[in-house]
Design a protein around this ligand. Structure first.
Ligand SMILES: Cc1cc2nc3c(=O)[nH]c(=O)nc-3n(C[C@H](O)[C@H](O)[C@H](O)COP(=O)(O)O)c2cc1C
Length: 401
């Protein structure tokens, strides 16, 4: 660990975070000692796993987790069929007040889900009385929201999103209200606008993505195998990052509300990317479940060095910096022509660029004898970039024609 002396603090909805890194509502925040350990390690905040009123039964099934592995990489995508916490509001309100007493400089958020207006509002009142800093509302559990049609998520309905956000906001006297939405919609901007019309203070984008994680080809049961049956999982982890980035950018370009990002980050670089497309803070779950809370050291050090390198004062200076570069397809420049060029001393002669260009591109690469160096024919190469993408050695660059 390198000791970072830099101020990484950031303001989100008037609440100060000592750095932009937060634990999302999930197993790492469903136990008091685990949150203590995370705060001791340096996390700025935690969203306690989604809770409900005492009368709400929560019936979990096991096993609940599975994953997509790829090319030797464990957990490229992570699937869960978990539900909200088994700990009801009576436990969570205690945890909030304990954590606020022990860690006054950390941000304690709590996630809630109700079925009726009275439940949502009771949860808000009790959490505020316990001293919660921020209230996050799960409108996006992939197993469905309580009180709505079975299997559907609240945030898939524009009308329900606005209505329930309004209930929560009208009950919250002090704590900012964040609505956690799903990317599984036709128009994410319309959902974000409904959050804004409901009066909520911010958006959490976005929850896990309904998925089928795989099928066991020996017994034909999809994963996770719950004694011969399965169901759709919510997918998180690295594979979801591009969807999160698109979702963040779409919202931030059209709706003026702060966003806390969730979905896919593992490294400080992932977090910076999310801030560059509009996030203020970045929540982590799968990476912590995989590698542990101590990844916070690398997150803080990496961000500190990056800001120094870029000559930026604060993480706030990153928010939205990539957005001006996102345009519609029709507005992309069409004049400047690029072609690929192999960097000879990096090439490992694996032939992958040659094969990809031959069978999926423009037959523009030949293997030049005597040493089989891939060589681009400038007359055939339109600069599609396929060879750069498949090269395992970073040995191909795009250059002006
Ligand atoms: C096992 C598990 C349980 C989760 N439970 C909740 C929950 O109770 N409430 C909630 O809002 N999100 C829940 N999530 C979603 C995470 O908070 C997070 O939004 C999601 O995993 C995407 O982030 P990641 O790619 O960093 O994991 C859960 C995720 C996992 C993996």
């Amino acid at each position: 660990m390198i000791t970072h002396h830099r101020d990484l603090s950031i303001d989100f909805c008037g609440v100060r975070f000592r750095n932009p890194f937060v634990l999302s509502a999930a197993p790492p925040t469903d136990d008091l000692d685990m949150v203590r350990a995370a705060f001791d390690a340096g996390w700025a905040g935690a969203v306690l796993k989604t809770t409900s009123v005492e009368s709400e039964p929560v019936s979990l099934v096991y096993p609940m987790m599975s994953a997509m592995h790829s090319g030797g990489e464990r957990i490229v995508g992570f699937g869960n069929i978990d539900l909200i916490s088994e700990h009801h509001i009576d436990v969570v309100e205690q945890r909030v007040s304990t954590l606020k007493r022990e860690y006054p400089d950390r941000v304690v958020s709590a996630s809630i889900m109700g079925s009726r207006k009275e439940e949502w509002q009771e949860l808000v009142r009790r959490l505020e009385a316990a001293g919660v800093d921020i209230i996050e509302c799960s409108f996006s559990c992939p197993q469905g929201s309580m009180g709505e049609e079975p299997g559907a998520m609240l945030a898939q309905s524009i009308e329900a999103t606005e209505r329930v956000a309004g209930w929560v906001k009208s009950a919250a006297k002090r704590a900012p209200v964040v609505i956690k939405i799903t990317p599984q919609v036709t128009n994410i901007v319309k959902v974000a606008q409904a959050v804004q019309r409901g009066g909520a203070d911010a958006i959490c984008a976005s929850n896990t993505i309904p998925s089928l994680m795989g099928v066991d080809v020996d017994n034909w049961v999809p994963y996770p195998n719950v004694h011969g049956s399965s169901t759709y999982s919510g997918m998180s982890g690295p594979a979801t990052k591009p969807i999160t980035l698109r979702t963040l950018a779409e919202i931030r370009r059209h709706v003026d509300l702060p966003i806390t990002a969730t979905g896919g980050p593992v490294t400080w670089r992932d977090a910076v990317e999310m801030m560059l497309v509009g996030a203020t803070t970045v929540q982590f779950c799968t990476a912590v479940m995989h590698y542990g809370v101590d990844i916070i050291d690398d997150l803080q050090d990496g961000l500190a060095f990056y800001l120094d390198d870029k000559g930026l004062k604060s993480p706030t200076d990153l928010i939205g910096k990539a957005l001006p570069h996102i345009v519609g397809h029709g507005e992309l420049p069409r004049d400047a022509k690029m072609i690929s060029s192999v960097i000879e001393d990096r090439c490992v002669r694996c032939d992958l660029c040659y094969i990809a260009c031959r069978d999926g591109g423009h037959q523009a690469i030949t293997l030049k004898l005597p040493d089989r160096l891939p060589t681009t024919d400038p007359d055939k190469c339109p600069g599609c970039g396929l060879c750069v993408t498949v090269c395992p050695a970073d040995a191909i660059e795009m250059v002006k024609k």
